[in-house]
Design a protein around this ligand. Sequence first.
Ligand SMILES: NC(=O)c1ccc[n+]([C@@H]2O[C@H](COP(=O)([O-])OP(=O)(O)OC[C@H]3O[C@@H](n4cnc5c(N)ncnc54)[C@H](O)[C@@H]3O)[C@@H](O)[C@H]2O)c1
Ligand SMILES: Nc1ncnc2c1ncn2[C@@H]1O[C@H](COP(=O)(O)OP(=O)(O)OP(=O)(O)O)[C@@H](O)[C@H]1O
Length: 594
Amino acid sequence: MNLYLHHPPRVSVGPSLSLSLSPQVLANLHSTCLHIYTFSPQLPNFYHCCCEGISVISLSLSLYIRAMSPSQLDSNGNASASLQENGIPDSLSILNSEKAVQEIIQQPLMQGIEDNLIEFSEAMRTVAKALRRAAEGKASAQAEAVEWKRKYELERARNLTLEHKVLSSGESNGDVNGERADSSADQPVLSSQTYKQSEVCCGKHGLCSHEVLRDGDPDSDCNVVQNRMTRKASFKLSWCCNGDNSGQQKHDIVSFERGNITTAERSSKQISLKWESQPQTVLILTKPNSTSVRILCAEMVRWLKEKKKLNIFVEPRVRIELLTESSYYNFVQTWQDADKEIVLLHMKVDLVVTLGGDGTVLWAASMFKGPVPPVVPFSLGSLGFMTPFHSEHYRECLDSILRGPISITLRHRLLCHVIRDAAKNEYDTEESVIVLNEVTIDRGISSFLTNLECYCDNSFVTCVQGDGLILSTTSGSTAYSLAAGGSMVHPQVPGILFTPICPHSLSFRPLILPEHVTLRVQVPFNSRSHAWASFDGKDRKRLAPGDALVCSMAPWPVPTACQSDSTSDFLRSIHDGLHWNLRKTQSFDGPSDP
Ligand SMILES: NC(=O)c1ccc[n+]([C@@H]2O[C@H](COP(=O)([O-])OP(=O)(O)OC[C@H]3O[C@@H](n4cnc5c(N)ncnc54)[C@H](O)[C@@H]3O)[C@@H](O)[C@H]2O)c1
Ligand SMILES: Nc1ncnc2c1ncn2[C@@H]1O[C@H](COP(=O)(O)OP(=O)(O)OP(=O)(O)O)[C@@H](O)[C@H]1O
């Protein structure tokens, strides 16, 4: 690809120079987004051109420089520079450009050069530096990539050897871990063949997890046993459709056979989790300031350690509580640097147990900003829409869950971004927040009516005038959204509830939108007051006029274990928790149809 310098100028660069870029080249260069804003305001066109990115700058420079020495122009007064196929100059051309820049900078200035050219040569120096840094950056990135690849291949080879050792010792010795050995007796010991199968994995109607975490120095022989202990349990999720008696194999996608549209991709799937290797590590999260929870937690930790030989993680506060009770609990693990270590927790933990009410499940979910391990919620609160397990029977429950398979409810979450009006672009936002119940935008302490403009995938939905708006998941449909007049929705239904809070309009009924949409709630510039966003009832953020909240379905649901199955659990929770549609039955005697 060639670039040409033209006389007379098309895009002026300095007093006597021009350059034009073919639209194709410009289109290619547009994808390079390194912005440099250091150019002279006296060269507005060049400035503008340079904003397209470093590639344009480097090309422009080489062309500019060539133009300074007319001997380098061809007979038509054109100069050219080479680009790679994608329109981006390769390292060589970057270095050439840099060399050329250096040469031109070192040349004595010709008499009569205008001031802006001096300034331009200063800019050249800046660009030369930037070019050098770009070339160095590229070289070091390439070296790093090679190093990572080498490490990856080494680690993979090591893991395969290790697996082989473990499998062959497992085959010859069997598993010797007290009760865990008993429970694994139900499951066949993994042969190298099944191992290979599981590595290829993913059955027709399921998802597999093979995340492996290895701590310590993998070279050391004594770590073979340790590595075996810290292997993250792998499991498989599969689904079936309750009520489908035909047992007929359905198509995964919409089928148009004989003009009839059928689909098995219904949302009301019952998910089943089957462990493919034994869970090793449990995180126990507890409601604070509750004596009954503290007593149960201590008892459960002891049982899980002694009978199930599991590694236990708790929050730092809980570890202190346990150690105050007895130094026996020294084996319980926790984290010191919450910010760094909690992010990695999902890689260490096979199962999360919550002891509390719905708020503790929300707390557990909020700790995992990405993937969430399966959660077993024990009810120690007043309502418990998401806590189907009774704490009195925790041994039987955990026994059966550790054995599997488990029915689970995949509870979808919402990913929320606050976008400030002051932000330079859409991606320049604050850290996102992920919610299990809902995000609420309300008037806070302001006594003015909230005024919120709502868009769904860029289509205008409505303007909320009232106390506020709730964007809720289906799991959250039984919480604040319900209190504001929203419908109760089965948690497996993938959708986003759009529920106004005290709307000042008689016709504002709640909506349920499909799960794939992106919603944007904007505080208009002419709004009389600020609005406030809160996430699962916590972490309030002020939204000034011009600020917006953007929200869409997160890719990481919260898998909560079911007592029986997700539908029975849901119905039981609304019967027990809300006494839904409870009414005395009418007596038989009385008027009847003629
Ligand atoms: N008017 C209201 O109903 C109202 C007002 C504010 C907040 N809330 C809810 O409280 C939640 C925060 O809960 P918390 O426990 O941290 O605070 P909290 O301790 O104040 O409890 C609020 C109540 O909401 C219940 N709850 C929470 N999630 C639920 C769900 N998914 N389904 C049914 N009930 C649920 C809890 O069991 C509890 O009784 C918020 O996400 C919001 O949904 C409700
Ligand atoms: N591990 C935790 N650390 C800090 N706060 C927590 C933790 N677990 C729960 N909470 C908070 O404690 C509050 C009460 O928790 P929870 O809802 O579980 O108990 P509850 O109010 O007694 O039960 P219910 O909601 O059924 O009435 C919630 O606001 C929740 O966010």
